[in-house]
Design a protein around this ligand. Structure first.
Ligand code: HEM
Length: 203
């Protein structure tokens, strides 16, 4: 399917626009970061529930990977960083979750397009984000559980195996096309969250 090559430009756009760009360039605030992970927690909770609800589906079973789940870890960070946060999920977060719920019920194989996009982003980006958040934003490790992958010893091997599982997915030609489009959708939803949050925080 060559997902990585086909989504390269969307990936670059995700890196270089919106809230993510500001965060990486040291131009964000801790307050804004808390709101960002508040939204991510909602998204991961929905993604992880979708996986758990479909674990008896043999296509999805290999992608039910609790070692990559982030919602519990993010909740710990939220508790450490701000017990009293009273945010409302962004509209783009609501739309993202609604899409996850819809495909979880009607086309569950497409959930894998979302696990790929979010979980591999964390595996590749985790160390960079941890170090930026520690050095630029002075967040202590107790508030950065999100970036911990205690159960994964060798990232390179793990990611290689993940790609192996993606390559051996038995999807019909029609679903393959839908799958690729769903990877694009996953990027588009993440871009929307990044841009909506950036706009909200820049007011
Ligand atoms: C500043 C932000 C980011 C940086 C610096 C970054 C950097 C990287 C790097 C260096 C890789 C490894 C590429 C390779 O194997 O050659 C990667 C992979 C990946 N990133 Fe990002 N990324 C960022 C943001 C994002 C975002 C926001 C998403 C999506 C929500 C994302 C999704 C992915 C995915 C899915 C992969 C795996 C590609 C594959 O192996 O198929 N990244 N990223």
């Amino acid at each position: 399917m060559n997902i990585k090559e086909k989504s390269q430009l969307l990936h670059n756009t995700s890196e270089h626009t919106g809230y993510i760009k500001k965060l990486v360039n040291g131009k964000a605030s801790v307050e804004g970061y808390i709101e960002y992970i508040f939204n991510l927690d909602k998204i991961y909770s929905s993604l992880e529930n979708s996986l758990n609800n479909n674990k008896s589906n043999s296509t999805i079973a290999p992608f039910v990977t609790p070692e990559l789940y982030r919602s519990k870890l993010i909740k710990k960070d939220l508790e450490f960083l701000n017990n009293n946060a009273l945010f409302t999920p962004l509209s783009s977060t609501e739309a993202y979750i609604s899409r996850l719920n819809e495909i979880s019920k009607n086309k569950p194989e497409l959930i894998i397009a979302h696990t790929y996009t979010r979980f591999l982003a964390d595996l590749f980006g985790g160390r960079t984000f941890f170090s930026i958040l520690s050095s630029e934003y002075k967040i202590s490790p107790e508030g950065l559980n999100y970036y911990k992958f205690n159960k994964i010893e060798d990232f390179k091997t793990y990611v290689g195996e993940y790609h192996g599982k993606l390559n051996s997915l038995a999807l019909s030609e029609e679903i393959q096309k839908d799958f690729l489009n769903e990877v694009y959708n996953a990027y588009i939803y993440n871009l929307a969250v990044s841009n909506e949050l950036d706009c909200k925080l820049s007011k």
